[in-house]
Design a protein around this ligand. Structure first.
Ligand code: NAD
Length: 547
């Protein structure tokens, strides 16, 4: 038999081993005949719905969440359509497994659980030929890259190359929550080393065995990657993810006006947290302009949130200076005041002219905030006295414990409701179950940027926007807050349920794309029916026919 006949014969085997095209036991009789698969599969043809049931049974039977994560990732490696069908139809159950909190545990174990390649590694030793190396990526239509250097993975610190789980997980959410096609998603680990000695001493560690490159050599390598990526995938959107804050702010400043990019930890978190506060105003009947925010943590997420809050107040007519005075920060050195000896650039604008304090409870008592926002990665840092004090000062105290994963939340949902006698408006970064307090069931909202970045990315991609602007994040924030129903609010929840996340993303995408069209950020004219175009673009996990 000649090679051509052989390759026709074996086309089906290739399809069987291609996760994008594989249907597993759902190949129909006609597919099987067309692809020469007869005999290679058990005879019974199952529907996708039956396959989904089997997967759910298997997931639920696993003893731990990490085992569930591994099972789901191996399904993704075999059959992406089925993986996304299961994730999308069961998003509330699946999201904590494929994303926070389980993805945090997966990254901590990455070198031990590594099975199959997924995502793309760019290393210091690719310097000078990154463009050539990028040709190895099998899909030529990447529209979105999520890139991390693994230096600040969730609240877990420097996990080096093991942080790869994060871009993989984020991009799965782009597909599940906003319908970006899996082949258009490119997860990238920018491996410049790690300063985590435990990893460097672990013989199974997968990343470069070196301390982190810094300065000019880091910058020139990233420049080279970005140029190569933009030439290889014209118009690609680049999302910076989980870089340490030594790099995150300056990279955003460096690239935001030059290429289509954003930083999710800074801008995405800002938009989701602001949205929660706007929705909370619908419960309290207060105005945004009356809020006084006290942040625990002055890093990417905290400063990003304060910047977005300030932008919202400025939009309402307040001056930037006055708006900034509504935000106070408390970090490892206490209250962020202007008389500190050295203040990092990203914190400067929020250093307040007030007496220094080293005790968070004292800061709460003195500043009388309407909201405390935990973005410090420090569990237990909203203790009983802090919540009780917040409840004394405010009829409905806003308590957002936004640090991820769950183990890092500043307080639990149960603690916030119990210590505030059921009056807290609570949200957390990772999910908490509902809490019964008195005769009311409180549903904690998940203030996670998964409500924002998929829609922002979708809007930028559909419109062909050359930039992602702060105005887009502000619009995303307002759009999300509007999508919280009266029913959600009655349960104390300031975010819509995750089951509505695709609809949320489509509406955010609409607002983002309109900004791109109206501000001349794209070469296209706005289509007559933008929403129809967005919906048409969105990937659905439906099997192809081969016959
Ligand atoms: P970061 O490293 O940039 O900042 C952390 C900040 O916390 C720093 O300012 C640090 O000084 C402060 N801090 C640390 N220990 C402290 C302590 N004991 N007391 C007071 N302050 C302390 O990190 P980041 O990107 O800002 O993220 C912080 C947390 O927010 C992480 O847990 C991350 O997972 C979470 N986060 C959540 C979301 C979300 O969508 N909910 C999004 C982004 C980040």
């Amino acid at each position: 038999m000649n090679d051509e006949n052989l390759s026709t014969m074996h086309r089906g085997v290739k399809v069987l081993h291609d996760p994008i095209r594989n249907k597993g036991t759902a190949f129909t009789e006609a597919d099987r005949r067309a692809l020469n698969l007869t005999g290679l599969l058990p005879p019974r043809v199952h529907s996708a719905a039956e396959q989904e049931l089997r997967v759910l049974g298997n997931v639920r039977d696993k003893p731990t969440d990490l085992a569930r994560y591994l099972y789901l990732i191996s399904l993704q490696d075999r059959n992406e359509t089925l993986f996304y069908r299961v994730v999308m139809n069961n998003i509330e159950e699946m999201m904590p497994l494929i994303y926070t909190p389980t993805v945090g545990a997966a990254c901590q174990e990455f070198q031990h659980i590594y099975r199959r390649p997924r995502g793309f590694y760019v290393c210091s030793n690719n310097r000078g030929h990154i463009k050539k190396v990028l040709q190895n990526w099998p899909h030529k239509n990447a529209r979105i890259i999520v890139i991390t250097d693994g230096e600040r993975i969730l609240g877990l610190g420097d996990l080096g190359a093991d942080g790869m789980g994060i871009p993989i997980g984020k991009l799965s959410l782009y597909t599940a929550c906003a319908g970006i096609h899996p082949t258009e998603c490119l997860p990238v680990m920018f491996d410049v080393g790690t300063n985590n000695e435990e990893l460097l001493n672990d013989p199974l560690y997968n990343g470069l065995e070196q301390h982190r490159e810094r300065g000019e050599s880091f910058d020139s390598l990233l420049d080279e990657f970005i140029e190569a990526a933009r030439e290889t995938f014209p118009g690609v959107l680049i999302q910076f993810e989980d870089f340490g804050n030594i790099n995150a702010f300056r990279l955003l400043d460096k690239y935001r006006d030059k290429i289509c990019c954003f930083n999710d930890d800074i801008q995405g978190t800002g938009a989701v947290a602001l949205s929660g506060i706007i929705a909370a105003m619908r419960i309290t009947g207060e105005k945004l302009a009356d809020q006084r925010l006290l942040f625990l943590g002055a890093g990417e997420a905290g400063i990003g949130t304060a910047d977005t809050f300030v932008a919202a107040l400025v939009e309402e007519g307040m001056s930037v200076e006055d708006a900034r005075k509504r935000c106070c920060f408390f970090d490892t050195e206490g209250l962020l005041t202007s008389n500190r000896e050295r203040i990092a650039d990203h914190k400067q604008r929020f250093a307040r002219d007030i007496p220094p304090m080293n005790d968070f409870l004292e800061a709460v008592k003195t500043l009388k905030p309407t909201a405390i926002l935990g973005l410090s990665g420090q569990p237990g840092s909203f203790p009983k006295e802090v919540i009780e004090t917040m409840a004394k000062i405010n009829k409905r105290p806003i308590i957002f414990a936004l640090s991820n994963p769950t183990s890092k939340a500043e307080c639990t949902a149960e603690e916030a409701y119990r210590w505030s006698k059921g009056r807290a408006i609570f949200a957390s970064g990772s999910p908490f179950s509902e809490v019964k307090y008195g005769n009311k069931t409180h549903v904690p909202g998940q203030g996670n940027n998964v409500y924002i970045f998929p829609g922002v990315g979708l809007g930028a991609i559909v419109s062909g926007s050359r930039r992602v602007t702060n105005e887009m994040f502000l619009a995303a924030s307002h759009s999300l807050a509007k999508q919280v129903s009266e029913f959600d609010l009655e349960q104390g929840c300031v975010y819509p349920p995750l089951s509505r996340v695709r609809e949320v993303s489509a509406k955010i995408a609409y607002e983002v794309a309109m900004i791109a069209f109206n501000n001349g950020l794209t070469d296209r004219e706005a289509p007559e029916d933008l929403m129809a175009e967005i919906r048409e673009y969105m990937y659905q996990p439906v099997y192809p026919h081969y016959a």
